[in-house]
Design a protein around this ligand. Structure first.
Ligand code: 4AD
Length: 458
């Protein structure tokens, strides 16, 4: 009898699907193979012709050698199935190429030459290109890296709801949800309901029973700002950890999660990173390696203000926005701190309480809260996190100060009434993390179907 506690060795590496990806075919020794994918390019010559076929499993796809009659049937973008044998390649680009002896066009593609403006407007086809497909592979590897990290650290993956009755961040950037055929938006749930801006408060519920949890899902913000860092729908990895007493262990976990994910991307996406390093940002690999080899820098908000003021006094035109204690750090400040001053990821901690949401834990100085932002060179903020206020009376006071509906948030106060645990957590903006991994400059480039103010195609 097999005991459930006994270890069973299931092999998960064996492929279930009979079709092999180009990436796998190039590693194996099989000779008679079938390749399915999309035509990237065709070079028609008198005697023999060449085509590059890509199925998204690697950057360069595979080179096919075919007769000129067969090549006539191919157009760029067409979906094809090629049969043939894999032979050693004389070129340096790839070890093997496909000598085609049979060809089937699965989906035709009528091509014309297009302008760059037009290409930008057809986002649904951009993954067929090098940049779009490399982004998707890195996106996949980054989410694998995050999941591996949290599993290794004994976190429980949990799912938080998309529909909520509160605005976690208190920023008022919520989308209201209502059934399509009602005149009264409050009819369905008998109250106002929104798309979640963050799973944090719900993750706090689960962490107060399971100790270490994380959630990874889409969040929504009715963000009017048209910047390269803001989307209306983006993905956030949120971790919530019970039994930590101050910021130091929270920063340690944040740093380790970003570094381990970076290592996983470096280990598994070499070809794609080389591509971005060559074409997009020549310092990409250097700064990714540096970020895993050296610890992140840590400074308080008060120290950061001091650094900014010194820079401003050296050059009066340095910043457009004020650098006085109590003012928010603008993206120009964040970029200066991370890129010029530190040239390494930097944690800025302990911001003034007036700048931050109600749930952050008050520091003994009475002016600041135990929180942090992680700023990356060239990007700015990619993570926000804090210790959560676990003291019932202090939290109640903060909620009243923020003029919140106490009845609506009674459950949140209850978590502090029944077995309150010291805890903290953070949220990684996934698309901003991908800017860091790719060197691309706009978050719209790293999510397959971006939504931002004025744009919701598909
Ligand atoms: O700093 P934020 O607002 O933090 C929270 O929502 C916390 N409740 C998270 C937590 O502690 N569980 O957002 C976290 C991160 C930011 O650092 C940023 O990287 C990203 O989410 N972010 C956006 N990314 C794209 N588009 C937007 N409009 C974003 N707003 C925030």
């Amino acid at each position: 009898i097999l005991k459930l506690t006994q270890k069973v060795n299931y092999s998960t590496a064996k492929s279930i699907l009979r079709n092999k990806t180009i990436k796998t075919l190039l590693k194996e020794d099989s000779t008679n193979v079938a390749v399915r994918g999309w035509v990237r390019s065709v070079r028609k010559q008198k005697q023999i012709s060449f085509a590059t076929i890509n199925d998204g499993s690697n950057l360069k796809g595979i080179q096919a050698i075919l007769s000129s009659e067969d090549a006539e049937k191919l157009t760029t973008g067409a979906c094809v199935e090629l049969h043939g044998s894999l032979i050693p390649s004389p070129g340096r680009e790839q070890t093997k190429e496909l000598k085609v002896d049979g060809l089937k066009v699965l989906g035709e593609c009528d091509v014309k030459r297009h302008t760059t403006e037009f290409l930008r407007s057809i986002g649904h086809l951009r993954m067929r290109g090098n940049t779009g497909s490399a982004v998707l592979r890195i996106r996949n590897a980054a989410s694998e890296g995050l999941r591996d990290f949290f599993r290794d650290q004994e976190f429980i993956m949990t799912n938080t709801p998309i529909l909520t009755s509160h605005d976690c961040e208190g920023g008022g950037e919520v989308f209201k949800v209502s059934p399509i055929d009602t005149t009264n938006p409050q009819e369905f749930f008998k109250k106002s309901v929104y798309l979640t801006v963050s799973g944090q408060l719900h993750a706090e519920i689960t962490a107060s029973a399971m100790s270490r949890v994380y959630t990874f899902g889409p969040v929504f913000r009715a963000e009017e700002s048209l910047t390269s860092r803001h989307l209306a729908e983006f993905w956030m990895l949120e971790a919530e950890i019970a039994f930590i007493d101050d910021l130091a262990p929270l920063l340690d976990v944040t740093e380790a999660s970003v570094q381990q994910t970076t290592r996983h991307v470096l280990e598994t996406c070499g070809e794609d990173l080389d591509f971005f390093n060559q074409w997009v940002d020549k310092s990409l690999l250097e700064r990714l390696h540096k970020s895993v080899d050296k610890p992140f820098i840590r400074m308080t908000y008060t120290e950061a203000i001091d650094v900014l003021q010194k820079a401003q006094s050296r050059d009066k035109t340095k910043f457009q926005f004020p650098t006085i204690w109590g003012s928010s750090l603008q993206s120009e400040h964040e970029r200066y701190l991370a890129s010029d001053y530190c040239s390494q990821p930097v944690f800025v901690t302990d911001y003034p309480s007036e700048l931050k949401p109600f749930y952050m834990r008050a520091n003994p100085d009475g002016k600041t809260v135990g929180c942090f932002d992680l700023l990356l060179p060239g990007i700015g903020e990619i993570v926000g996190g804090s210790m959560r206020e676990e003291r019932y009376k202090v939290l109640e006071q903060k909620m009243k100060h923020a003029k919140m509906n106490m009845e609506e948030y009674q459950w949140y106060l209850d978590l502090r009434k029944y077995g309150s645990a010291p805890h903290g957590g953070y949220g990684i903006g996934f698309e901003r993390l991908l800017l860091w991994f790719t060197g691309l400059e706009n978050v719209r480039e790293v999510i397959p179907m971006p939504r931002w103010v004025g744009n919701c195609k598909y």
